[in-house]
Design a protein around this ligand. Structure first.
Ligand SMILES: Cc1cc2nc3c(=O)[nH]c(=O)nc-3n(C[C@H](O)[C@H](O)[C@H](O)COP(=O)(O)OP(=O)(O)OC[C@H]3O[C@@H](n4cnc5c(N)ncnc54)[C@H](O)[C@@H]3O)c2cc1C
Length: 547
């Protein structure tokens, strides 16, 4: 292709992830003509949500009520604020956070429900907090069929939309600039990814421009390092990438050039249990594991990480990350055995969680009863860089040392003593469980959603539970909590005076999931997919109202 191609529409959306798709659905509902442009291929339409596990944060659902969970927007907002720890100037993030808690049923649950997206009956209890409050009650609603199902159903809805002729889709096309006239956004320009620079240019004129291009954690991680959260010290040398390959923040820069405000780019949501992705789609590609609660979390010297609290999944993700970053080498090991792994180990995302992804009820039931052997075998086979197994502790430590980085070696005597002390306490029985991790495991065993996926106080060196397994884990960059600042109609606000730039909107991760940082410092989990649906929905409605 050569020359310039021109488009004329009412709404142009840059980015076909969940937020862009929801904005498109809603704008079509409002009778608008929409052009959606994505840099990626048609096959990848849906962005990160298509790979996601599909956990959505909701407060006050019928699912919670059926389980006897009493929740309310007020309680949700109180929990949200305690994790967000907003700063005094955070007017818009705070307004968005409250809006999420007060409207998650109408704007997220009902929106998805109308498109036949169903949730599993048991609500999960993520981010319950460590020493401060987190989710007081379970709110993580898992979509049956994972995030893949969310996108599948939404694309079906677009296909069947009565105004489908008003929608035009353009793939393999990068939006590279925002057109402005008299301070108003009037369209975008871009280029066909298959053409040489200078060829295949496109121009799209529109009354409304929606930036839905995702976060800044993808790309080559240079922006993650440049905006690293200073209180954490320097970023680790080995940092894995779990975000969108095109999440490079290029359109954030274009918004800034247009006068828009970018806020809180140093607030990012990383995970502590990343391993090298077997598919190696790019350098440093990472797979985020859901770390077993019954494993012992050790540093590169084999010392247990306890500063100050225990290292336990489903408690406080930020605490896990901050704790690992204080360790020598800034990476860690989780030590467990086969029995723990098949019951508790999981992978964030849909690719490895096949029973959820393909809606296999029997396989899911079997994995809950007998353990997910398929998953653990696959991880052991696919991730030899980071996972070692052995029949004896000596062998295991030998193999772990073979993977030590930066000249750090295990203190084997100390590591063995730590594991034997842990097993000894379990052996003495629950009455003597004077260890914070064990007390929290007991708390997990009290909730039905966790009980099926938690071992009942499992000793690590138990000969009947072998082989022993150790997983070398790295910090994995995933989500940008900050982004383009918007008001409650998703209008991009000017850095100079805080007023909206006419015709310019931002949604989803590009907008920090709303307001340029709806989460403040931390998330209650499931708020990312939720924030994309919420902000996409709001933007589509707001655009529909403009005459
Ligand atoms: C494995 C995994 C599991 C996850 N699990 C969960 C979960 O269970 N719960 C939860 O809440 N969140 C989860 N998340 C996070 C969540 O999926 C994302 O935050 C969310 O989907 C982001 O959606 P988005 O539409 O804002 O951006 P993206 O999905 O990043 O989409 C942005 C789109 O914009 C396109 N684009 C970028 N730049 C340009 C450009 N210049 N021109 C044109 N197009 C461009 C990209 O190609 C992409 O299609 C998970 C993420 C991953 C990776």
């Amino acid at each position: 292709m050569s020359g310039r191609k021109s488009y004329q529409t009412e709404v142009v959306i840059a980015g076909g992830g969940l937020a862009g798709i929801v904005a498109a659905c809603e704008a079509l509902d409002q009778g608008r003509r929409v052009l959606l442009i994505d840099k990626d291929t048609r096959e990848k339409f849906g962005g990160l949500a298509k790979e996601s596990f599909g956990g959505v944060h909701l407060a006050g659902t019928p699912h919670q009520r059926r389980l006897g969970i009493r929740d309310s927007p007020e309680l949700a907002w109180s929990d949200w604020q305690s994790v967000a720890d907003y700063q005094p100037g955070d007017r818009w993030p705070r307004a968005w956070g409250q809006f999420y808690c007060e409207n998650s049923i109408e704007y997220i649950f009902e929106f998805l429900d109308r498109r036949k997206i169903a949730f599993l009956p048991v609500v999960n209890w993520a981010e319950r907090g460590l020493y401060g409050p987190g989710n007081t009650v379970p709110r993580w609603h898992i979509v049956w069929g994972t995030g893949h199902e969310i996108i599948h159903r939404l694309l079906q809805a677009l296909e069947a939309h009565p105004r489908k002729r008003n929608l035009e889709l353009l793939f393999d096309t990068e939006v590279s600039g925002i057109e402005l006239a008299n301070g108003r956004a009037t369209g975008v320009r871009g280029r066909d990814m298959h053409d040489m620079p200078g060829d295949g240019e496109i121009q799209a004129q529109a009354e409304h421009v929606v930036i839905a291009s995702g976060g800044i954690c993808g790309g080559d991680l240079s922006r993650v390092r440049a905006h690293w959260y200073r209180p954490w010290g320097d970023p680790p040398e080995e940092l894995l990438n779990g975000a969108h390959i095109y999440g490079d923040g290029m359109l954030h820069d274009k918004v800034a050039e247009a006068g828009g405000a970018l806020t809180h780019l140093d607030l990012q949501w990383h995970y502590a249990a990343g391993v090298h992705h077997p598919a190696k789609r790019r350098p440093g590609d990472g797979l985020s594991l859901v770390p077993p609660r019954s494993a012992l979390w050790l540093n590169a010297r084999g010392e247990r990480i306890m500063n100050p609290g225990p290292m336990l999944a489903y408690g406080d993700t930020r605490h896990l990350v901050a704790s690992v970053l204080q360790q020598p080498g800034k990476y860690s090991w989780q030590v467990m055995n086969w029995k723990i792994a098949i019951k508790e180990l999981a992978v964030s995302g849909c690719d490895y969680m096949t029973a959820f992804r393909y809606k296999k009820r029997l396989a899911l039931a079997a994995s809950l009863v007998f353990g997910n052997k398929e998953l653990v075998n696959r991880l052991i086979r696919d991730c030899p860089d980071d996972i070692v197994t052995a029949d004896t502790l000596d062998q295991l430590m030998e193999r772990m040392d073979g993977k030590s980085l930066y000249g750090l070696k295990l203190d084997r005597a100390r590591m063995e003593a730590t594991i034997r002390a842990w097993d000894g306490m379990i052996e003495r029985g629950p009455a003597y469980h004077n260890d914070d991790q064990l007390r929290r495991i007991a708390n997990c065993l009290g909730y039905r959603g966790d009980r099926v996926r938690t071992c009942k106080f499992q000793k690590i060196l138990d000969p009947k539970a072998r082989p022993l397994i150790a997983i070398r884990e790295f910090i994995l960059a995933r989500k940008s909590l900050g982004g383009i600042q918007t008001d409650l109609q998703c209008r991009v606000l000017r850095a100079a005076d805080g007023q909206p730039i006419p015709g310019l909107y931002a949604v989803g991760e590009a907008a920090g999931f709303g307001g340029g940082g709806i989460h403040g410092k931390g998330s209650l989990e499931g708020t990312f997919l939720g924030g994309c649906v919420l902000s996409g929905h709001v933007a589509g409605r707001a655009i529909g109202r403009v005459v």
